[in-house]
Design a protein around this ligand. Structure first.
Ligand code: 6R9
Length: 670
């Protein structure tokens, strides 16, 4: 059986019974976070969603989602049945309904007289800006839809998208959705080989790309990777559309390559959207498991749109007439699909889109953008927050951030210290933080506080959203009592759930539905606290076993980050002859901290000992200049483990900065 998310040696963080309980004790002490921040009375009074929604959803889950589907979307044909779960794990939501994603994101707002509202404020890295109203964005998408159709793309065909964070990315995705073509976005940071294997797996007919983009003030190329990917015969691509973004020279294949300006800009701006079946495929997005080839996660239309729109409204307390929303995620990540391309536009919000890195041309760029557009809802990743902590609070302190009223986090567990810093320094001590747990596979947020309802706890995603059935279970699939840890599972089908792995139904069943027969296995470890709130503990394969004690990488990292000298930390379990595994930590010191060599290492080891217990003290602590991260901000612990175990780290091509492993190696030789 192929298990992508859990190796055969994966361990439960703290099981409730027998031997597990014995190890559990050390683990139980690890989380002692007791702070809680209830919403202010003013916030609660104006919140768009109240606690009543939990009761309503619990009473009848499918009925709750059917109500949301009808309220949040305009259906061209109403559905007959909310959920068909007669053939698990293959769910059908809103059966018989027809809906067009692009019509819902665009045309209907224009028809309702909101065409003049800004949909996207775009900030290019070099400082160029463009804003699109809903009316303008609708026109662009209609043109792109016509252009793609004229290049032979029809309903059901796949389109590979290899674009930077520019409005054309959103336009391309919505144009595909409009005509029923299935988009497959490939991260701009991925190599030509990765692009080719994804093009082949989905048998894409069209590729949409750009000449290049800007990163850290420098042009960065994209088109050469497409050329290389298509250089070997045997692929299915007929045409390539190229956005001119950074003006660099590109090779050109006549007949195959077309400038965006010559095809899309020249196309007619009249295009009627027709409804597609609720279960019509909307997109494929590849995500890697720990082994094997990447999985093409398949999402369909009606359920996905319903849950992304609902969660975007409820979790961010969206007031579309007054809020300015900014999600910093790249469109190559699921967050850039659900919470940049689809939900904000379905909900008629005004959003900011930024092309570049946070330090270009200076380390205050994000806060300058927040001040300029009066951003009120910011959605970003813990890795970014920890980076800003490292740069120091003087930088954000220079800007007026008083417009911010809700702060979101996604992608990794957020360490309590980073959470507090986010709240105090960015949120002015009052903006609620919503830590949102979800996955490419879940399509939309699943566990998160509601900002007007939940008393937020630093470091915990806390509660399943209304209409979502989450649990933490032990090895046997039994629900664990409060105060215990185990595997995170989802007990009931949810509207935005993946419908499968492209072309591989068996792998879909094996990966997610065979660990516990009737429950979705997420691959994350989690713990319920005494209130029953859920704390995410990282992937189950990130759990270490040191002399029989189960230790979570996340918690040791949080302990390290709680020391004033540490900005970021990554912990791995390295093979050790005596203890099975040994804790090895990689830390980045804060900008103002002095690297005192051995002294700081001793101090940090003692600090972890004090925070968690002597068993958790890292055997080695290595001070490094950077950590290897994917472009979605997840630390690639696999590479650090190679370093910790003295191996040459293998393929690092999916890193946001592929030179980081060399930097780390150099700093360790010093
Ligand atoms: C949206 C996204 C999914 C994995 C997931 C988990 C981790 C995401 C988290 C979180 C703790 C959170 N994760 N959000 N862990 N707290 N708020 O990130 O999708 O790229 O597929 O990653 O990310 O481990 O299983 P994806």
């Amino acid at each position: 059986m192929s298990q992508d998310t859990s190796s055969s040696t994966a361990t439960v963080p703290a099981g409730p019974a027998g031997q597990e309980a014995q190890h559990g004790d050390a683990f139980e002490n690890l989380l002692h976070e007791t702070r809680a921040f209830p919403p202010s009375p003013e916030f609660a009074a104006n919140a768009v969603v109240t606690a009543e929604e939990y009761r309503e959803a619990d009473a009848d889950r499918p009925a709750f989602w059917a109500k949301q589907a009808r309220e949040l979307l305009t259906w061209s044909r109403d559905f007959d049945q909310a959920l068909d779960w007669s053939n698990p794990p293959f769910a059908k939501w809103f059966v018989g309904g027809e809906v067009n994603a692009a019509y819902n994101a665009l045309d209907r707002h224009v028809e309702a007289g909101r065409g003049d509202r800004v949909a996207i404020h775009f900030e290019g890295e070099p400082g160029d800006t463009r804003s699109y109203t809903y009316a303008e964005l609708t026109e662009e998408v209609k043109k792109a839809a016509n252009a793609f159709e004229s290049l032979g793309v029809a309903k059901g065909d796949r389109v590979a998208v290899y674009l930077p964070m520019i409005p054309e990315a959103v336009i391309t995705l919505l144009a595909c959705a409009r005509i029923g073509a299935v988009h497959s976005v490939v991260f701009g940071g991925f190599s030509a080989d990765a692009l080719r294997s994804r093009i082949d797996d989905a048998e894409a007919k069209l590729v949409v790309t750009a000449d290049g983009t800007y990163r850290r003030g420098k042009p960065s190329a994209l088109k050469p990777a497409v050329d290389e990917a298509l250089s070997k015969a045997g692929h299915t691509v007929q045409n390539v559309v190229v956005v001119k973004r950074n003006g660099q020279d590109v090779d050109w294949t006549e007949g195959r390559d077309h400038w965006w300006a010559d095809t899309v800009d020249a196309a007619s701006n009249e295009h009627t959207a027709v409804g597609h079946d609720s279960e019509h495929p909307l997109f494929i997005l590849y995500t890697s498991g720990t082994t094997g080839k990447p999985k093409g996660i398949l999402h369909t239309t009606g359920g996905y749109l319903t849950q992304t729109a609902y969660t975007h409204k409820a979790v961010f307390d969206l007031h579309p007439d007054t809020d300015v929303y900014w999600c910093t995620a790249d469109v190559g990540w699921v967050t850039g699909h659900s919470y940049v391309t689809y939900a904000p536009l379905i909900n008629g919000a005004t959003q900011v889109m930024y092309e570049g890195t946070p330090d270009s041309p200076h380390q205050g760029r994000w806060w300058e953008i927040v001040e300029k557009y009066k951003v009120s809802i910011l959605y970003t990743a813990p890795t970014a927050i920890r980076t800003f902590m490292k740069w120091g609070r003087e930088i954000p302190d220079k800007y007026d951030l008083s417009s911010l009223r809700v702060l979101g986090s996604v992608g990794e567990p957020i360490n309590p210290e980073a959470w507090m810093w986010y709240r105090e320094v960015i949120g002015g001590g009052k903006a609620p933080i919503v830590d949102t747990w979800w996955q490419t596979e879940t399509g939309a947020q699943m566990i998160a506080p509601l900002p007007g309802v939940t008393a937020a706890k630093p470091g915990s995603a806390q509660v399943p959203l209304p209409g979502i059935a989450v649990d933490v279970v032990d090895e046997m699939g039994e629900s664990v009592p409060n105060g215990h840890g185990g595997f995170l599972v989802i007990r009931e089908p949810w509207p935005a759930m993946l419908r499968g792995i492209w072309g591989d139904p068996e792998r879909f069943k094996d990966t997610y539905w065979s660990r516990f027969e009737t429950m979705y296995f997420a691959g994350d470890g989690a713990k319920k606290d005494e209130d029953g709130d859920v704390w995410l503990l990282g992937r189950v394969d990130d759990v270490m076993n040191v002399s029989g004690h189960r230790l979570s990488t996340t918690e040791i990292e949080s302990a390290l980050v709680s020391h004033p000298a540490v900005a970021e930390a990554a912990v791995v379990g390295a093979a050790d002859e005596t203890t099975g595994q040994a804790v090895v930590a990689f830390v980045i010191l804060r900008g103002d901290a002095v690297d005192t060599g051995e002294d700081i290492v001793t101090e940090l080891r003692n600090h972890v000992g004090k925070e968690i217990g002597p068993i958790a003290k890292p055997k080695n602590i290595l001070v490094v200049p950077e950590l290897p991260k994917t472009r979605s901000g997840k630390i690639m612990r696999r590479l650090l483990k190679d370093v910790a175990e003295g191996r040459d780290p293998g393929d690092a091509t999916t890193l946001s900065d592929p030179t980081i492993m060399q930097q780390i190696a150099a700093s360790l030789r010093k």
